[in-house]
Design a protein around this ligand. Structure first.
Ligand code: MG
Length: 461
């Protein structure tokens, strides 16, 4: 063997021994988004719940960052999911409506093919991608996860209370749930694996799938979207978690989700991926208060799912990733809209220039910075702006409870709350700050000028 051959051989060995894989790794962390359904701001031990035990999430928050001002783009499932997937407000892609708040089994619409999900852009840059759990962005073939950048799908196409026995009263079926009331199917890619999903096993099965996926992809960058069915009503938990919580059935469900988080983080550690993976834990919207003890709690916040009060759209959020995330409590604003640009930034991917993004790159804050990366939150309900937060102030232009029969109230002078002093939105300070209201109105006008008419996907039947 001459010197040249030796150099080629050594180089080849270095490449195959993983030096190249390691350098790719440094540039491209893995991403896991654990997305709960209808989990309230006050439902975790670390966010103040007095009788739900969440030791794994509490530890995750201690080792990572607990975000106390983190928002979703809508207070209900479908538009909120469109936001986290695309980094764009649902008003930009027709995924919100004033007639149908979410996609129903009879709906024909879905996330337009022209939209780019975080899975799609990561997949285009060498990532393996999986959606394990609930989709709810359209169930026609062109709208499914596998048509939107995910290589793998295991889960439900929409909510676990849909496809129910029409002979059973909805309230009863959700307040006193039995397996036989619900017919929703569990899929693996395009195949049905359970004609009638066994709902008591969903959390456990999703967890098993997630662990297997992590193990299978330990040598390649991956993005895993783990979108739990729980704690959306009807509440189901496995036998091991029946009666474990002092908070009743709802608490049992959260404690099983907490167990699941512990298993996912353990799988990362077992596979040596804990320093190469950013994990985000959050919820798609606030608690469904009308289900009383079967709904969660927004803690000190007002309102819940369906409303544009803080309880509807501020969600308990934890970022974890030793080496990527500087531990601490972050009080700056963040949004699920920010995940898309954050993932792109951390992976060295340029944001597409052909569309408007509503998110900001959170990585400076994740890495211990204190400068805010966003200063506004827009609270849409359907296609209308109900409220806007700018800095610490939030103006309500329209108010209505999440699911109540109360009339819509139009506020000629918007209600104004200082959310830093008054997170529960109790003390209207509009008369003291007309200048702030003017600033917010100017911001709304500027935002509206960026909107273009689009097909309303939620009204297609
Ligand atoms: Mg939800």
């Amino acid at each position: 063997m001459n010197l040249n051959q030796l150099i080629i051989l050594v180089f080849g060995l270095l490449v195959t021994s993983g030096v190249e894989a390691e350098s790719i790794r440094k540039e491209k962390p893995n991403y896991i988004v654990i997305f709960c359904d209808d989990l309230g701001y006050g439902d975790l031990g670390s966010f103040g719940h007095p009788t739900i035990r969440t030791p794994n999430l509490d530890k995750m928050a201690e080792e990572g960052q607990k975000w106390t001002n983190f928002y979703v783009s809508s207070s209900v499932c479908t538009p909120s999911r469109a936001g986290i997937m695309t980094g764009r407000l649902p008003i930009r892609n027709g995924m919100c409506s004033d007639n149908h708040r979410v996609i129903f089994p009879e709906s024909k619409g879905g996330l337009p093919e022209s939209e780019i999900t975080f899975a799609k852009i990561l997949s285009d840059h060498g990532y393996n991608t999986a959606c394990i759990g609930k989709w709810h962005l359209g169930h026609e073939p062109q709208f499914l996860p596998t048509s939107h950048g995910f290589d793998y799908f295991y889960g439900l196409k929409y909510s676990n209370d849909m496809d129910r026995d029409p002979n059973i009263d909805y309230w009863k079926s959700c307040r006193h749930p039995k397996q036989e009331y619900f017919q929703i199917s569990l899929y693996r890619n395009h195949e049905i694996v359970q004609e009638q999903a066994i709902q008591t096993e969903l959390t456990k099965n999703y967890t098993k799938e997630a662990i297997a996926y992590i193990e299978k992809n330990k040598d390649k960058p991956f993005a895993l979207y783990l979108a739990h069915a729980m704690p959306h009503v009807p509440l189901f938990r496995s036998d091991e978690f029946e009666g474990t919580s002092k908070r009743g059935r709802y608490g049992d469900v959260i404690e099983e989700l907490d167990w699941s988080v512990g298993q996912v983080l353990k799988a990362l550690r077992d596979n040596g991926l804990e320093k190469k993976t950013l994990v985000v834990f959050t919820s798609d919207n606030g608690p469904w208060l009308m289900f009383q003890s079967h709904g969660g709690s927004a803690g000190l916040l007002s309102g819940g799912k369906g409303s544009t009060y803080e309880g509807g759209m501020r969600v308990p959020t934890v970022f974890w990733g030793p080496g990527i995330v500087e531990p601490g409590v972050v009080m700056e604003m963040g949004s699920t809209l920010d995940l898309f640009p954050t993932f792109c930034a951390l992976s060295g991917i340029d944001l597409p220039q052909d569309r408007i993004y509503d998110g900001s790159d959170l990585s400076p804050l994740l890495q211990g910075g204190h400068e805010p990366v966003r200063n506004e939150i827009i609270y849409y309900r359907g296609t209308k702006i109900y409220a806007v937060r700018k800095g610490k102030y939030k103006a309500h232009f329209l108010t209505k409870s999440g699911y109540g029969g109360d009339p819509l109230v139009v506020h000629e002078t918007p209600l104004l709350y200082d959310l830093e002093v008054d997170p529960a939105e109790r003390f209207d300070v509009a008369s003291e700050h007309p200048d702030i209201i003017e600033e917010i109105k100017t911001f709304v006008d500027a935002h509206r000028s960026t909107l273009k008419p689009v097909t309303n996907q939620l009204d297609l039947y």
